[in-house]
Design a protein around this ligand. Sequence first.
Ligand SMILES: Cc1ncc(COP(=O)(O)O)c(C=O)c1O
Length: 483
Amino acid sequence: MRLSRFTHLTLWFHWYARQSHLRHRIEDQLAVREALVDLDRTRPGVGDRLTGALREAIAGRRIPPGTRLPSSRDLAVDLGVSRGLVVSAYEQLVAEGRLTSRRGSGTVVAASAEVAAPGHTPPAPTAAGVAPLRPGVPDLGMFPRAAWRRAYERALSTALDSDLDYTDPAGVPRLRAELAGYLGRVRAARVDPAAIVVTTGAAQALSLLGRVLAARGMHEVGVEDPGSSGIRDHLLAHGLRLRPVPVDERGLVTSALGEVRAVFVTPAHQFPVGVVLAPDRRAELIAWARRTGGLVIEDDYDAEFRYDREPVGCLQGLAPDVVALVGSASKALAPGLRRGWLAPPPGWLAAVRQAKCDADMGGSALEQLAFAELLASGGYDRHLRRARRAQRTRRDALVGALRRRLPQVRVSGIAAGLHLVVELPAGVDDRALAVRAREAGLGPLALSDLRLGASGPPGLVLGYAAQSPDELAAAVATLAGLL
Ligand SMILES: Cc1ncc(COP(=O)(O)O)c(C=O)c1O
């Protein structure tokens, strides 16, 4: 049979399309396999490593947008892992918006997963919008969306009708019980569920305490110097007077407390310098509070992140009668959740509860129940383990880049947390440098901006949790250029 010219063309076109389609599929599969070539399958935690490797390859465009991933069955066979591991890695990345999955067309890298290629200078903010080196922000791209969705769905489907009524302003009992268990287990706190007030972040905890302090006429509050300017603002908003108390390499200098009636302190990891409050200073602080009737406000803001040192228990566990424990999920999960808690001493509880009731009658019951689910299911612990591993790698990358590019600066406060401090050569204007860094798209803080009266060398506070090692190296290169 003779074929018409048109039929010829059609057959050729189909043949060509199939070949080029196949070629693209082969290129796609090669890109994925190359990205996973170093995946260690011999140690536990393969699932997390697989998700992390795919996430990094997508962010660095080694697996570009539009790439079709192998089927979970093929990839599992190829890697010699169970199919369930691949399915849950894909699900997590779909939940993060990095992959799309449609019946019939497989799993494809989302167009919106595009992130600046590593090594570009100046480094642009990441897809999550966090300026490189900005302290205090976790990797928002690592937020455990799939676990949170499951927790929220479970909270919604198991909530009683009565759970949707006005709640106890101190928080839903289920969450307060979970938090009491968690704080006892992880932070050696001594808290009764009934003594916890769930807040919208450490910010609200400070605000509630500030209000009660002002109402009790306790207007003079000691604050660490250097210390968090945001925290100072929450106290100032209630008309309190702040008295700077110096910080040295053993933490808050307790002998300099003077006449204050309350003191704000970050004993596990001083913000910003990163030191731990020494045992004798802890004892002195507690003795001071018991002697004077003062209040110790303990901000345990990033206590979950320890890399090279043993975790230090919270101060509240030693003296629940005088310490108000403030905690937050802002560093562990995301600041946008606005999830925090406060465990005040017994003599402060009723007034704090009333202040919370006046402020907002308690937060959203469903959000609190979802957070309780996340804690109860172990999802919060699992996420912390993942985040800790990623942050340690990033911390090492930042320290390494600083040593290579800026050997003249002293690096400190690296054992814990989400940030470190670099001490700059005398005479450098750290404020001006931070402004220029911001103009270049970076987000470091100047140490001088965190000091009230204390003198000390110029320095920068650099965050490392929210960027990949490549992005951190590029940011340090930019910073070195500015210096
Ligand atoms: C010292 C300190 N405590 C607590 C927090 C967390 O505040 P919140 O829980 O209101 O987000 C921060 C955030 O930057 C901080 O710097």
